[in-house]
Design a protein around this ligand. Structure first.
Ligand SMILES: Cc1cc2nc3c(=O)[nH]c(=O)nc-3n(C[C@H](O)[C@H](O)[C@H](O)COP(=O)(O)OP(=O)(O)OC[C@H]3O[C@@H](n4cnc5c(N)ncnc54)[C@H](O)[C@@H]3O)c2cc1C
Length: 430
């Protein structure tokens, strides 16, 4: 084994050490329910919470263990989640819709804080602020301009940090300054997921893990969902499979691009080292298109460092050392630090870089968070659950947007490796 790995090195998420995958009762598949939800991440569970509390008999299926997907694998960074800026959205959808879409990002950030408080979920949620670091002088200038030119109605609490003051935020000289978004937050994603799972079960939802939905057929006004454990009839079905969307739903599979995202945890570091490298204990990201994101672990002892490290999908044993190299490039004093965990998960990108929510052929869906789903997935899961209940409050600014695909794209993103190489080259020269 590589010298970079600790004795107890694991290729499972760091979060699973203290929140192991839940040991759920072995429940037989019911013959009939009101709502079947496919996928037990934030999207599926948040939808389930709505439908179960709304009095609908709700069943959540997962192909693997509950929370096997990104919802227990992510970095726990929470932002406003919308990738395109106002101008790009206004060009595509008009300025009124652009405003409403960006507002949904704000809504999702506010929703997480309110939800965690209202549901009393103990998950190390902190409004710690994000330091968004510029990887070039030009990017720094652009960030500074964006902060100054924020439209009044969409203004967020943000301030520019010049390079000379950067060490107050982060113990590195590798960046050219950055911006602090004061309202962005962090969470322990494993505990957050467990809290949602507990609330959904308390509300009466049944969760059956290791039970993939393999086919969905129409039956009268409803659907039949086939699984290896039998077939269940449901009036409504919600697809909440995001980066794990497969052949069962070909229309959706053609619209999401599964991309591996990789992350490592270091072994515990000395307190003085952590204080020097992350003096304000913020979440961090950078302006590269092939972004790196990192933070301290909730106990303040480790650095969790993530990014898209390889153009092709790779084993976490291979991605770990590559991420370590980047980590050391930023923080040379970590050269001798070992890695205790290295893992990955599949996020869902979309061709317009927006999440999508709605109905197709009678199936409800919410997905495509483009790597920023910790807040947005739960928020849109809630909205799609409300749509199933037929409630007006379920309406979103994403409703009715066309969900684009590309000719010949069937869910196998052959273009990813060249695209990532291109973006990495652009990051290097900018
Ligand atoms: C390494 C990594 C770091 C990330 N960091 C961040 C971050 O810091 N901030 C942020 O905002 N976002 C981050 N994300 C993204 C975020 O985690 C996701 O956007 C979010 O968790 C998506 O939730 P979800 O419920 O839609 O999907 P998931 O949690 O992925 O759940 C989908 C589930 O569907 C199940 N499934 C698929 N097909 C079937 C089937 N046929 N039958 C039954 N079940 C099925 C899968 O097994 C899976 O459990 C990160 C992702 C990764 C991988």
């Amino acid at each position: 084994m590589s010298d970079l790995f600790t004795q107890d090195f694991r290729t499972a998420p760091y979060w699973w050490d203290h929140v192991p995958r839940p040991d759920l009762p072995d429940t037989p598949l019911p013959q009939k329910v009101d709502v079947v939800i496919i996928g037990s991440g934030y999207t599926g569970l948040s939808a389930a919470l709505q439908t179960a509390r709304g009095g609908r008999d709700t069943l959540v299926l997962d192909a693997e263990e509950a929370g096997f997907g990104c919802s227990t694998r992510n970095g726990g960074q929470i932002s406003t989640s919308i990738k395109p800026g106002f101008d790009a959205l206004a060009r595509r959808h008009g300025s009124e819709r652009a405003f409403c879409i960006l507002k949904e990002g704000h809504n999702s950030l506010a929703w997480v804080a309110d939800f965690i408080a209202a549901e009393r979920i103990d998950c190390d949620f902190r409004v710690c602020g994000r330091f968004h670091a510029a990887h070039s002088p030009a990017q720094y200038e652009m960030l500074a301009r964006q902060v100054q030119a924020q439209p009044e109605v969409l203004k967020v609490d943000a301030h520019v940090v010049p390079r000379a003051e950067q060490r107050h935020e982060l113990g590195t000289d590798a960046y050219f300054g950055g911006v602090v978004y004061a309202q962005h937050a962090s969470v322990d994603p494993g505990l957050f997921h467990q809290g949602m799972l507990d609330r959904a079960r308390e509300a009466g939802a049944t969760i059956i893990p290791h039970c993939p939905a393999i086919n969905i057929r129409r039956e009268g006004a409803g659907f039949l969902v086939e699984t290896p454990k039998g077939t269940v009839a449901a009036a409504n079905v919600v697809i909440a499979t995001n980066g794990y969307t497969g052949r069962m739903t070909p229309w959706l599979q053609r619209r999401v691009i599964p991309i591996g995202s990789y992350i490592i945890a270091t072994e515990p570091l000395r307190r003085d080292v952590m204080a020097r490298l992350m003096p304000k204990n913020r979440i961090v990201s950078d302006t590269r298109k092939v972004v790196y994101y990192y933070r301290a672990s909730p106990d303040g002892q480790r650095i969790l460092f993530g990014g898209r490290i390889s153009p092709n999908e790779t084993d976490p044993r291979n991605s770990g050392p590559l991420l370590h190299t980047e980590l050391v490039r930023l923080f040379p004093e970590l050269a001798g630090t070992r890695i205790s965990h290295s893992w990955c998960g599949f996020i869902a990108y979309t061709f317009d870089e927006l999440a999508h929510v709605g109905q197709h052929d009678g199936l409800f869906y919410a997905m495509g968070y483009c790597g920023s789903g910790v807040g947005m997935a739960g928020y849109l899961g809630m909205r799609i659950g409300q749509q199933v209940l037929g409630r007006k409050q379920g309406e979103t600014a994403f409703d009715g947007l066309s969900f684009p695909t590309r000719p010949f794209y069937r869910g196998n993103p052959w273009f990813l490796a060249p695209a990532i190489r291109y973006y990495r080259w652009r990051d290097r020269i900018s």
